[in-house]
Design a protein around this ligand. Structure first.
Ligand code: ASP
Length: 323
């Protein structure tokens, strides 16, 4: 009886994964975004989801699941049914959270299947429009005078804005008054409203506001200047030697998602990143799709491993931890 049951379960399992892989997808796919709507991860996610929908022949729908600097969503997707209908788009936070959080509900290297890298977005240091500084030197003078009264917006511990703020505070040797949001979309509203002083965020969120003259911008965080924002110096050029961070994004599926389903998703991602609308929209936001050979599971795992090692000592020396 037991043997029969085991055999039946095996046939059933084979049947389910075989069918799902062959016909996949037969219904909408959910792409979970670990931050609030209107922010940079959401923006990138919506552009890629729309393009992936075209080649997959089913809608890729966005679900914003904000909280705990992106770790809430990652934990939920890790536990989702591994059938290819729940995916996660996350960024550099996948590599910083394992060191930042004493307890994490998931292991980025064990609990997922890897679809591929998406983009590597620069960040930019911005301020409310009436902020009393015109360049990075002025920002540093303002902070030296106002110390922790200077407020800094971020999307919680584990977010890219948190990481950039942590590096910035270490570089200027000052503690800022950190204000947490569910994403830098809502944080941007408070910058625009003049309620918070500073934010370092992806150009995929800040470019429109910088170009529209709605915020002050001081520098970008990449090694080279950003094509679309040529007037902004790099942090290094503006006075913070060696300051460099770029926000890489990847797409994940829960561990156990059938290999051929993941392969279909990787193929759809690669097509999306060649889509002229995606290329143009990314360029307008100061970024670009990764090269095709990076839009693979292998490239995403390799990046994740390197970045976990890269950020661990920096986070440990900053001594920032969350429970
Ligand atoms: N850019 C944000 C961050 O990681 C998150 C977001 O709202 O997309 O700081």
């Amino acid at each position: 009886m037991r043997k029969w049951l085991l055999a039946a379960a095996g046939i059933l399992a084979l049947g389910i994964s075989g069918a799902s892989a062959q016909n996949y997808p037969t219904r909408n796919i959910t792409l979970v975004i670990p931050f609030a709507a209107g922010g940079p991860t959401d923006t990138v996610g919506r552009l890629v989801a729309e393009a992936m929908s075209k080649s997959l022949g089913q809608q890729v729908i966005i679900e914003n699941l904000a909280g705990a600097g992106g770790t809430r969503a990652a934990g939920q997707v890790a536990k989702a049914t591994p059938d290819g209908y729940t995916l996660l788009l996350h960024h550099i936070g996948m590599s910083t959270a394992p060191t930042l959080y004493r307890k994490l509900a998931y292991n980025p290297l064990n609990d997922f299947e890897y679809v591929g890298l998406v983009t590597d977005a620069p960040m930019s240091l911005i301020a409310r429009l009436n902020f009393e500084a015109k360049d990075l030197k002025g920002v540093l003078e303002y902070i030296a005078k106002n110390k922790e009264k200077t407020s800094y917006a971020n999307a919680g511990i584990g977010s890219a804005s948190h990481l950039c703020g942590m590096l910035f505070q270490a570089a200027v040797k000052q503690q800022l008054n950190t204000v947490n949001y569910n994403g830098t979309g809502p944080a941007m509203n408070d910058i625009l409203g003049g309620h918070v002083d500073l934010m370092c965020d992806q150009t995929t969120n800040t470019t429109g506001q910088i170009k529209g003259g709605k915020v002050k911008a001081f520098a970008v965080t990449t090694k080279a200047r950003v094509k679309n924002l040529p007037e902004l110096p790099t942090m290094d050029q503006a006075g913070l030697a060696g300051f460099e961070v770029a926000v890489w994004h990847g797409i994940y599926a829960p561990k156990g998602t059938p290999k051929d389903v993941v392969a279909k998703l990787t193929d759809a991602l690669q097509k999306a990143l060649k889509d002229p609308k995606v290329i143009e929209s990314f360029a307008n936001l100061g970024t670009e799709p990764v090269p095709q050979d990076q839009a693979t599971g292998a490239a995403l795992v390799a990046k994740l491993k390197t970045e976990i090692e890269k950020w661990r000592p920096l986070i440990q020396s900053a001594g920032v931890y969350a429970d």
